[in-house]
Design a protein around this ligand. Structure first.
Ligand SMILES: C[S@@+](CC[C@H](N)C(=O)[O-])C[C@H]1O[C@@H](n2cnc3c(N)ncnc32)[C@H](O)[C@@H]1O
Length: 132
């Protein structure tokens, strides 16, 4: 867990009101804001240094996941990165990982093995190349 002064603001989005309540109960720091929303259509205010997809992208079809990544690219700051953390247990998730590796610049990739393989992958839009 990050210390409170390691970041200015954290915005957490989930479609489930139950998940939002749980997140608030778990961590109610003043720089954390939780919003109920559908990430397929959610429009955050402002841009971010880091956008994390925590066990969420594999809920969507390959084409929807691609659209989500394309759309959220415009919410990254210059030098901002995506992080995806996911269990890689089916073909759909493997296809999303392949998409990330072909369409984005991967800067870090770490596999973990618990009962199933879990991947943490850090990537950014190729178009950045240091500039937006
Ligand atoms: C496995 S949980 C992960 C929760 C949290 N992101 C984390 O990293 O611990 C998957 C979450 O994705 C949420 N989810 C599913 N479809 C969604 C959507 N269209 N928009 C936003 N959240 C969604 C579910 O409600 C659920 O809370």
């Amino acid at each position: 867990m990050l210390t409170p002064n390691a970041y200015r603001r954290y915005l957490g989005v989930d479609i489930s009101d139950v998940a939002i309540v749980k997140a608030r109960d778990k961590n109610s720091r003043s720089n954390n804001v939780y919003v109920q929303g559908d990430i397929r259509t959610f429009n955050p205010s402002g841009t971010f240094d880091l956008i994390l997809f925590g066990d969420s992208l594999y809920y969507f079809s390959f084409s929807v996941a691609k659209k989500i990544l394309d759309r959220y690219s415009s919410y990254l700051n210059e030098y901002g990165v995506f992080v995806m953390r996911c269990w890689v247990v089916n073909d759909r998730t493997r296809a999303i990982v392949k998409l990330i590796e072909s369409d984005y610049d991967v800067t870090e990739k770490q596999w973990y093995t618990f009962c199933d393989p879990m991947l943490v992958i850090v990537f950014k839009p190729k178009s950045w190349q240091g500039q937006k």
